[in-house]
Write a protein that binds this ligand. Structure first.
Ligand SMILES: NC(=O)c1ccc[n+]([C@@H]2O[C@H](COP(=O)([O-])OP(=O)(O)OC[C@H]3O[C@@H](n4cnc5c(N)ncnc54)[C@H](O)[C@@H]3O)[C@@H](O)[C@H]2O)c1
Ligand SMILES: [Zn+2]
Length: 384
């Protein structure tokens, strides 16, 4: 049998297990029985995922005498809305799902966020299980209990913290993922390496080719380690007060680029790839880290095929987009700055400093900036 590993998320009565196993989808009945799923259930998925993976999930549920209702949604972030939640709720109500019925989220982060939020509000909360099928979902979004939908005025503006009863990960499902989505997911894995684990980062550096070929072992290794790191951070800070903020490395500038590109020109992981390189560069400008760290991050980002160059937005545009992020508090932009691999600092940055760095970084390019170093350290001391 293909090797199975588990990661525990210990949150008192909200504790659960993450099970990672290549081929798990074809052995799902065991998991369903273990969890005690009975009666009725709903399987929320999207059209792309349904094509490949809905049948085995329905088969497993039916073999355990669970009456499952499939809910197949159109794919895409534009459907992560309250309107879709209402449609799912209509089906749950019509099919008379009860307090003990399960919702299964089979898909990427969009499906996980949507189905999780619906499960959180239907009858004030019914159990749900994540069966993530994208790398972003398997390494990040399915763990931690953040659920929700977008609003016209902001991404993820409406939501709830609601933990799943289990996360079941089959890395082999990632083989049907479009290449662009696969590579984008690697950005989050690199992020975990930078913020928490030198061994993970060097594993990615050494196994770029295996990862790009989506070898089962390489996939399972990086997914498991990412889940362990995410679980550890969530256990220390379930509702994002402070410790969980480290997960935003690459996302301060990344989110701004995603917004400026209208969520189309750059997908999330691509924006995070650029964000990590730029934020490390900014940290170096501030004297927080060495230039060699910036270059290491840039090399690995490039090696996996992620973009590492800032699109041509003005400094003011990027700053304003950063200010509009919902993580900004009291008009301050708080960033996560790498000190070394596995160590970050969380500090606010002010607007003039940001513009100074931006002008410097994007006028001279990395190599031509030596001469600016004196000024840079002066800024750094004031800032830190
Ligand atoms: N809750 C959290 O903590 C958290 C964390 C990070 C991201 N997110 C959210 O996750 C979303 C992004 O997730 P995503 O990148 O997984 O996007 P996604 O769910 O839109 O999936 C990307 C695309 O891949 C397709 N797909 C999914 N699995 C497939 C497979 N195995 N084979 C073929 N096609 C497949 C989907 O149909 C979709 O078209 C965003 O809405 C983001 O806000 C949430
Ligand atoms: Zn992310």
């Amino acid at each position: 049998m293909a090797s199975l590993s588990t990661v525990s998320v210990s949150l008192g009565e909200r504790s659960y297990e993450i099970v990672i196993q290549p081929g798990l989808l074809n052995r799902l009945a065991t998991r369903v029985r273990e969890l005690g799923v009975k009666g009725k259930a709903a399987v929320v998925t999207d059209r792309h995922v349904a094509r490949y993976y809905l049948a085995p999930v329905l088969r497993a549920l039916s073999s355990c005498a669970v009456k499952a209702v499939p809910i197949v949604l159109p794919p895409g972030e534009q459907f992560k809305t309250l309107t879709t939640v209402k449609k799912i709720l209509d089906v749950l109500a019509r099919c008379r799902l009860e307090r003990s019925s399960f919702v299964f989220a089979l898909g990427g982060g969009v499906i996980g966020d949507l189905a999780g939020f619906t499960a959180a509000v239907y009858q004030r909360g019914i159990p749900f299980v994540q069966i993530p099928t994208t790398l972003i979902a398997q390494s990040d979004s399915s763990v931690g209990g953040k659920t929700g939908v977008d609003h016209r005025l902001g991404k993820n503006l409406i939501g709830a913290f609601y933990q799943p009863k289990a996360v079941w990960i089959d890395p082999l499902t990632l083989r049907t993922l479009p290449k662009r989505q696969w590579v984008a997911g690697l950005a989050e894995v690199i992020k975990y390496g930078v913020i928490a684990d030198e061994r993970l980062l060097s594993y990615v550096e050494r196994h770029v080719s295996g990862l790009l070929k989506r070898q089962p072992l390489a996939m399972a290794v990086v997914i498991k380690r990412s889940c362990e790191i995410k679980a550890e951070i969530v256990m220390a800070d379930e509702r994002e007060s402070d410790r969980r903020r480290v997960l935003n490395f690459g996302h301060t500038i990344g989110h701004a680029l995603e917004t400026l590109g209208g969520y189309r020109s750059l997908i999330h992981g691509e924006a995070v790839g650029i964000g990590m390189v730029e934020e490390a560069d900014l940290a170096c400008f501030l004297g927080i880290c060495e230039r060699s760290l910036v270059e290491r991050i840039r090399r690995v980002v490039r090696a996996v095929g992620l973009p590492d160059r800032m699109p041509r937005w003005s400094s003011a545009k990027v700053w304003n987009a950063m200010l509009h992020d919902k993580k900004v508090s009291g008009g301050q932009v708080v960033g996560v700055w790498p000190v070394s691999i596995g160590q970050v600092r969380i500090l606010p940055i002010d607007e003039p400093t940001f513009h100074r760095w931006y002008r410097d970084a994007h006028r001279h390019g990395i190599a031509g900036r030596k001469e600016a170093r004196e000024g840079r350290f002066a800024v750094a001391r004031r800032f830190v």
